[in-house]
Design a protein. Structure first.
Length: 110
């Protein structure tokens, strides 16, 4: 009886770049993958300083943006899977974000 053994490995991210309309990752195996920023609404709504504040997690298996409370796995990028966040959750996050920014503005005026 023959059996087929498929070796798999988890791709790892080496570098991340974000433009106004795309998220691009360079992988350890030499590939560069780019996906629309619109796939990840929290990134789309992020300010430049928030977008640049990322770190690799899980030995490069994902990216974490602490300021935006966003995690994206290399697997989701490779499989072309956009964010699974519901519209309701995104609206709640945007509302909280807006309230926090207004609070900072009011404190700055005092």
């Amino acid at each position: 009886m023959n059996s087929l053994l498929i070796e798999t490995y988890v791709a790892s991210i080496q570098h991340v770049a974000i433009t106004a309309d795309s998220l691009t990752v360079d992988l350890a195996d030499g590939r560069t993958i780019s996906v629309p920023l619109a796939w990840y609404p929290r990134l789309l709504h992020g300010q430049p300083e928030e977008l640049s504040n990322w770190r690799l997690i899980g030995r490069g298996e994902g990216i974490h943006w602490s300021d935006l409370d966003e995690d994206i796995s290399v697997e989701n990028i490779l499989f072309g899977q956009p964010s699974g966040e519901s519209q309701r959750s995104l609206v709640r996050w945007l509302r909280t974000r807006s309230e926090q920014r207004q609070g900072f503005s009011l404190r700055e005026l005092a």
